[in-house]
Design a protein around this ligand. Structure first.
Ligand code: B1M
Length: 641
């Protein structure tokens, strides 16, 4: 048999100068391996021996699929881009630039190597030119070179030109530059642009959002006092007073924990303190930020009492930066900014007050089942009753259950489109994922564990009554209620309620419900923390994102197992988590934990705000009814005061 090869397909998607090398090396090895005929433009082929040894090695690593070959290959050729004029020679892209421009270029292009000598050089140069001490020159470099470079990075991120992991890599260069620069700053006061006390609120264990904010602020010249997660209110206020902060930044992930934010504002007001508050997190929005600026009861007839020093909502870390920039600008600008937020908040409050007719109150006593829900087609029999623990779950079994689109786009910040996205995924994200899964297995920082179980149950109105599984195990066993879940019912549309999907007491039938609690374990939080501390911001972000999506993957894995054990097809066996629109109230986690001893078995506990610890954990109820669908029980969209 003869072989024919279209050589250049191997390098599709790479830069032209990188393609030329890869094609040439590939052709050389293909011929050695017995290739008979090649489709290739000979003008584009360089004889193997004439290729630079380093480039040859990189190409061979890629062809033979050695460790991280693709990112290394791309990085090398990005750095060694050909000069535009002749397209042949590889030149230093910063050639011809002055020192400030070179530093700016390195930060923007995420190049750490050699940043320190550049910083030393420019400080010495400025000290000479300005006739000042090196400490003063360093402050000048910080303000006129480093910070504008980071601002450029932020602006490009805002304009969609850069993805978040790139911003974090720029922050890593910045961190190195600033660390070096700090050596010159002895006793020079005032090189911080401002001080912010940052914390994830009490009861909340999530900190990726806060960490990103810390990274962006501290690498844009601010001193950040990061108090960590689950931080009590008093600790935050004490720190703000101690350091005389320019602002307090609060982060929370859930509606339940966001309620700490208005408590903080009210406490500041009560104590007559004057720190502006910046709030952010997934479950809140701009309108929430405006609402909690008021410290009165906010009833229809109450006179609005604003917290005079301002509450600001930040959609993301860059908006947080913008806000703190304004708060630390001139006193006039700051006052005008605070005034504006108060006016906006008042306008919104008055609009709401006039718009609110009070007509949407629910009719009480509505607990009759929805007419649209039919009895279940069948009641499946579970393979066992009560809880069961799964500890030896392979990462390779969970990984295929991840939603890669969510991983790449949401958790790894791949916000590009079309060919750009494809290139990013194929050249960076997929090889990265492969490497990270391997490392996670070797270093054991992802430790999937599950507790799930089947329980006899019946419904009564809006309630699901869960019985002791022992009653099913012993012939003639007594059914004793051990938990009652009260599910909310829609006031409109089909008036759906989760309880309707289970056999009612009046039917005389005993139904089955499954619960699951899954976790990726504690170690990953520690791994992320260490990376973050070491200034490996991008890697911390990638590891956190992977762990988060693996937690979702593990929930899906368990859900599939339950489906399989109950003999359900894909249309049945829907999974609902508390905190989502059909069952918004997180308090029921306590009942789930009574049924499934998650703390004792897989090490998952609950915070005071009913969050799950470790962070990468989820809890759910699985419903076998064929009509079970996702629906929303109308509540206020964001947290209420
Ligand atoms: Co879940 N989750 N989750 N979750 N999760 C949300 C938050 C939710 C909104 C989803 C939804 O309803 N559509 C919902 C909360 C709703 C509510 O409160 N009622 C929800 C729920 C209910 C839950 C569980 C309770 C479900 C359950 O098991 N019963 C459960 C709780 C877990 C626990 O307690 N440990 C749970 C679990 C999980 C996973 C483990 C699977 C995973 C991990 C979460 C994590 O570790 N981060 C997860 C995820 C990934 C999400 C979503 C999809 C994404 C959250 C995220 O990581 N965002 C989220 C829905 C969504 O947001 N689309 C959702 C990325 C992160 C960088 O953003 O933290 O918002 P964020 O920070 C941003 C900004 O907000 C801002 O800047 C940051 C960086 O740009 N910012 C600040 C934040 N703080 C700031 C402070 C500042 C300035 C800016 O001060 C200066």
């Amino acid at each position: 048999m003869l072989t024919i090869l279209g050589v250049s397909n191997v390098s599709f998607g790479l830069q032209p100068h990188a393609r030329a090398v890869l094609n040439s090396v590939f052709l050389y090895h293909a011929v050695k391996a017995g290739l008979d005929l090649a489709i290739v433009n000979p003008l584009h082929i360089t004889p193997y021996t004439e290729i630079d040894a380093e480039q040859r090695q990189l190409a061979e690593d890629l062809i033979y699929n050695r460790d991280d070959a693709l990112p290394r290959y791309i990085a090398y050729f990005e750095e060694h881009a050909p000069q535009k004029e002749d397209g042949k020679d590889k030149v230093d892209p910063t050639e011809g630039m002055n020192l400030a421009e070179r530093i700016h270029w390195q930060i923007l292009h995420r190049r750490k190597e050699g940043i320190e000598p550049l910083i030393s050089e420019i400080i010495e140069e400025r000290a000479r030119e300005m006739g000042v001490a090196q400490g003063e020159a360093a402050v000048n470099v910080l303000n006129t070179v480093l910070l504008p470079a980071m601002k450029d990075v932020g602006d490009r991120f805002g304009a969609g030109e850069l993805i978040l992991p790139f911003v974090l890599q720029s922050a890593e260069v910045m961190k190195r530059a600033v660390a070096h620069l700090e050596g010159y700053l002895e006793k020079v006061e005032g090189y911080t642009k401002g001080k912010i006390v940052l914390a994830t609120v009490f009861g909340d264990v999530h900190d990726i959002g806060k960490n990103l904010v810390n990274t962006i602020l501290s690498n844009n010249g601010y001193t950040v006092y990061d108090l960590g997660k689950q931080v009590p209110l008093n600790t935050i206020l004490d720190k703000a007073i101690e350091v005389n902060a320019d602002a307090i930044g609060l982060s929370a992930l859930l509606v339940s924990t966001s309620k700490q934010m208005p408590l903080c504002v009210k406490e500041l007001y009560k104590r007559g303190l004057n720190f502006p508050v910046i709030v952010g997190g997934a479950a809140i929005n701009r309108s929430y930020g405006r609402r909690i600026l008021f410290v009165d009861e906010q009833t229809a007839d109450a006179t609005p009492v604003p917290y005079e020093h301002g509450v600001f909502y930040a959609r993301d870390a860059f908006e947080g930066l913008e806000i703190i920039d304004r708060l630390t600008s001139s006193p006039e600008q700051r006052a005008a900014f605070i005034q504006r937020i108060k006016e906006e908040a008042l306008k919104e409050r008055l609009k709401k007050a006039t718009g609110a007719t009070g007509a949407t109150t629910s009719q009480a006593g509505e607990d009759t089942p929805s007419a649209s829900v039919q009895p279940a087609l069948s009641i499946p029999r579970p393979p066992f009753w009560g809880p069961r623990v799964l500890e030896r779950i392979g990462i390779e079994d969970v990984a295929p259950c991840m939603d890669l689109n969510t991983l790449f786009r949401l958790h790894w910040g791949g916000k590009t489109h079309g060919a750009d996205f494809t290139r990013l995924v194929e050249m960076d994200f997929r090889p990265r994922l492969k490497r990270m899964l391997l490392e996670a297995r070797q270093q054991r920082y992802l430790q999937p564990k599950v507790i799930y179980g089947y329980f006899p149950c019946q419904s009564s109105g809006n309630e699901l009554i869960v019985y002791n599984p022992l009653g099913m195990q012993e012939p003639g066993g007594q059914l004793r209620a051990i938990a009652r879940f009260h599910f909310p019912r829609q006031h409109e549309r089909e008036r759906l309620c989760l309880a309707d999907y289970f056999a009612p007491v009046s039917s005389g039938e005993i139904d089955v419900v499954a619960f699951q609690v899954v976790t990726m374990g504690e170690s990953v939080s520690e791994a992320v923390h260490q990376l973050q501390q070491a200034g490996d911001y991008a890697e911390a972000y990638f590891v956190h994102g992977l762990a988060v999506e693996m937690a979702e993957g593990l929930a899906e894995y368990t859900n599939r197992l339950i489906r399989q054990e109950l003999g359900l097809d894909e249309q049945r066996g829907r999974r609902y988590s508390w905190g989502y629109p059909a069952i918004p109230d997180l308090e029921d986690h306590v009942k789930v934990f009574q049924l499934l001893p998650a703390k004792e078995t897989i090490g998952v506990g609950l915070t005071e705000a009913f969050q799950l610890v470790p962070e990468q954990s989820t809890a759910a109820i699985v419903v076998h009814h064929q009509q079970a669908t996702y629906f929303a029980v109308r509540e206020q969209a964001a947290a209420t005061v």
